[in-house]
Design a binder for this molecule. Structure first.
Ligand SMILES: C[S@@+](CC[C@H](N)C(=O)[O-])C[C@H]1O[C@@H](n2cnc3c(N)ncnc32)[C@H](O)[C@@H]1O
Length: 305
């Protein structure tokens, strides 16, 4: 229960403050996103596709009214826009037993992007507090566990039974572990084995000390192989601290890092200084397709040297 309390306290910021009614006018697929959705759903007609996405959005918003669901962020190709994305695909091709783990994966749209670009689906794992969202992902993309055999671990990533903190793996266990990914119910068996860990729109749900906890937990999962990477994007700021902002009727109140504080946390606090390369860049991005309202996003990666 303690861990659930943590989640509800922290995500209250984004989910329970005010959940404005859904606004269809925020819908808009960029050409590359339309290609992705048409290819995966098999729906070619724009109006039918829009209605399908609106239906799933409404169901998901009832499960958890996240800003990313309200703003249709899940319809935008974002994993491939991360600077370290090609590294993820390279790991998928070059590692003997690659593992791609997406924490806070929601519908699993980012995993589907990596799989479409060649990462083996059977070596991909999603983790989310709310399994209903993963199941809605199958509905959204008209797939099933047979046609899309990526694995899923449902649970609270703050629950030590799902993910406990372990020190970053050392050279001694390199290559020694090949966990069985079928029937995983916890991320702990993956310690020291994960080639790429992705978390977008995830860390900003939590307070500063919880973000550090989660970063340490991720570090324990990462493979010792040089080039293994943790990457993502979330709300950032010029100066670290609490950010209060209203974006398209969403009142946001969240702890945000700057590129400098985020870098210092990973290189020195989470990993021994000098053992990782951190790249972090704050960019202003459009709130919705075609909008000239901007929002500060920190794009980042942490690579094992
Ligand atoms: C804002 S959404 C982002 C979803 C997706 N990563 C994206 O970028 O579109 C945050 C996701 O994290 C999940 N989540 C929140 N707290 C969590 C926790 N403690 N453990 C695991 N997942 C969590 C939510 O259920 C939700 O699907």
């Amino acid at each position: 229960m303690a861990s659930m309390d943590k989640e509800s306290q922290s995500t209250k910021i984004e989910t329970h403050h005010s959940a404005p009614p859904l606004d269809e006018s925020l819908y808009g697929l960029r050409p590359q996103d339309a290609v992705f959705f048409k290819k995966l759903t098999g729906i070619e007609d724009d109006a039918v596709l829009k209605q399908h996405i609106l239906d799933i959005q409404a169901k998901a918003y009832k499960v958890a009214p996240y800003g990313c669901i309200y703003l249709f962020v899940f319809t935008r190709h974002r994993l491939s826009a991360l600077p370290a994305y090609q590294q993820v695909l390279r790991l998928g091709h070059e590692c003997k037993n690659p593992i791609f783990l997406d924490i806070g994966c929601c519908f699993g749209n980012d995993i589907r992007e990596a799989v479409l670009d060649g990462f083996p689906a059977v070596r991909a794992i999603g983790c989310d507090l709310r399994p209903e969202l993963w199941n809605l992902g199958h509905e959204l993309f008209k797939s099933s566990p047979d046609t899309f055999p990526a694995h899923f671990v449902g649970g609270d990533a703050f629950d030590p039974e799902i993910l406990s903190i372990a020190p970053p793996a050392s050279m001694q266990i390199a290559g020694a572990l090949t966990p069985d990914l079928s029937n995983l119910t916890s991320l702990n068996p993956l310690r020291g084995c994960v080639s790429a860990i992705h978390a977008t729109a995830f860390f900003h749900l939590f307070k500063e000390d919880q973000q550090l906890h989660m970063a340490r937990a991720f570090a324990g999962l990462l493979s010792v192989e040089p080039g293994s990477v943790i990457l993502g994007a979330h709300t950032g700021t010029q100066e670290k601290g609490v950010m209060n902002k209203v974006v398209r009727d969403l009142e946001l109140d969240m702890f945000t890092h700057s590129a400098e504080s985020w870098t210092a946390m990973w290189d020195g606090e989470v990993f021994e200084k000098g053992t990782v390369k951190v790249e972090a860049e704050l960019r202003q991005t459009s709130v919705s397709v075609g909008s000239d309202e901007h929002y500060p996003i920190l794009f980042w990666s942490v690579t094992r040297l």
